[in-house]
Design a protein. Sequence first.
Length: 284
Amino acid sequence: MLTNPFSPDFMERALIGGSLVAIICAIAGTWVVIRGMAFLGEAIGHGLLPGVAMATVLGFPVMLGAGVSALLMTALLSALQRRGKLSYDTSIGLVFVGMLSVGIIVVSHSKSFATDATSMLFGDILAIGMSDLWTLTAALAVSLVIAKLFHRNFVAAAFDARIAQSLGLRPQLAQIMLVGLVALAITASFRAVGTLLVVGMLLAPVVAAKQWMVLIPALMVLGAVFGMLSVFGGLLISWYAQSAAGPSIACTAILLAGLSALLRRATRGFTRSAPAINELESAR
């Protein structure tokens, strides 16, 4: 039966933890897809390397190191944007390369980092413990609060920053909080699927959901459903095929996105979506 692989405690924790990751990534990933911020997600994912490397070398919790790196990247990007002399993509590229370079320097001075680096890059969802589940639960709660409090700001800024400014919605603050939301999602999720694959969890379930939903709350919910299906299917594939769990989950998410697109194309003549501008009107 499909539920048999989840009888062991470690598989049950992996399923619960992966489901929490799916919800967190759906919340942040919805805005990543809408705003076209995939490069930011990739940059933050790799930018965690110096913090994780330092935490591993010094014997501190890797989540603490990842969190410090994410906060540092967010602060640097905010500082560069306030100066206004560089484009956003250029700012991301500079900070990304700088953080990654520092991480590689730290790794090069460690003689026993190979296993930890592999776990960081590709994840180790089967090693999730109860403390990790509590951490993910807290990250989900914070993500929900940010998404709720700044929803109107995010929507207005996504359509036109000038409109957001005229409505008093502070688009610069919205941008900082959005970067923070993405950083939180990646920091909380890298233990499960790794920094190389977390962007897949941010993008693929939301891309799959976007074939069917336009309104943002519905997109988040369906994206979370697709994400949880990816976790469930990926863990099943990992169990029966004896493959790595993190990559199996990421591949399943991308496969679901492809299947969703094909199914949507086949049924396009039978359904119609509501106009996206409704979200802008709700921000007024």
